[in-house]
Ligand binder design. Structure first.
Ligand SMILES: [Zn+2]
Ligand SMILES: [Zn+2]
Length: 279
């Protein structure tokens, strides 16, 4: 696994790779804009060039972009839905301009519409996004969720159904967040637990659909549906899962991104720890 963390774009997008390098990352994740606002500032060709040249000069691998937290394509509200689709269209194009291969997003919350309806709406939205966007190769990754509230994506079958329903299934992948799957009820604390999970993933959508990992320990207990990230080894998952994950040969070149609390200094410590797990 290629290891990294979610880094800030404060000041300029081009600063993100520098920050990734400073904490010992081999790859990284960013937001391309403020994750809590709908507005999208322009991304100039010049900034994108600087960003890409920094990735290369610091010997990093291009990683993941995380979509806005406001996006909800499972929503039946026409306004929310339209804004969410537009936001993902633009973000997909920005992701591609930055040469990042993956845009990760949360499948969405159905509110009162029910899971069946929500899954259908998500697949339809993905089709609209790929119909509209000028991005040619960037993939959308569905992130596994903890299943809090009415969030969809806490069962692997839900993700596989979304992928199967879309006419662009080859451009959809999965980002596995360890905290979320654990809170959703997948016990990954042991090596056999990880093997089990991978087996289920392979049966539902195929292991090759997993294009990224979010490496977070969990403050919530197994099956609690509580989405609260912890530093590696400081939550209810424990270190064993991460020792196994970083060494899986199927994911040798797959980004594994920390989204743990504590900022850059703690990222540095957690990345160092993850590297000691390598055999
Ligand atoms: Zn996320
Ligand atoms: Zn995550």
């Amino acid at each position: 696994m290629l290891l990294g963390a979610h880094v800030s774009i404060a000041g300029s997008l081009a600063k993100a790779p520098v920050r990734a390098y400073e904490i010992g990352g081999e790859t990284f994740q960013i937001f391309t804009k403020n994750q809590m606002q709908w507005c999208i500032p322009t991304l100039t060709e010049k900034t994108a060039e600087k960003f890409k040249s920094n990735v290369k000069s610091f010997n990093l691998y291009f990683g993941t972009v995380h979509a806005s937290y406001l996006v909800n394509v499972a929503s039946s509200n026409p306004m929310t839905r339209m804004r969410s689709i537009n936001n993902l269209v633009v973000d997909l194009e920005r992701t591609e301009l930055l040469n990042m291969p993956y845009l990760v997003f949360h499948p969405g919350a159905h509110k009162d519409a029910g899971e069946r309806k929500g899954i259908k709406l998500i697949a339809e939205a993905i089709d609209q996004i790929f119909d509209i966007t000028s991005a040619k190769k960037t993939m959308l990754l569905l992130e596994t969720t903890a299943g809090s509230g009415t969030n969809i994506g806490y069962k692997l079958e839900q993700l596989s159904e979304i992928i199967a329903r879309s006419k662009f299934s080859e451009r959809i992948g999965v980002c596995v967040d360890t905290c979320h799957i654990f809170a959703a009820g997948y016990d990954i604390r042991t090596e056999s637990g990880i093997v089990n999970f991978m087996d289920l993933a392979d049966k539902s959508f195929g292991l090759d659909k997993i294009k990224a990992f979010h490496l977070n320990d969990s403050l919530g207990k197994l099956g609690s549906r509580i989405d609260r990230h912890a530093e590696i080894g400081k939550g209810n998952i424990g270190t064993r899962a991460f020792e196994v994950l970083v060494n899986l040969k199927e994911f040798k070149n797959t980004p594994g991104i920390l989204e743990t609390p504590g900022g850059p200094e703690r990222y540095k410590v957690n990345l160092k720890l993850l590297k000691t797990f390598r055999r």
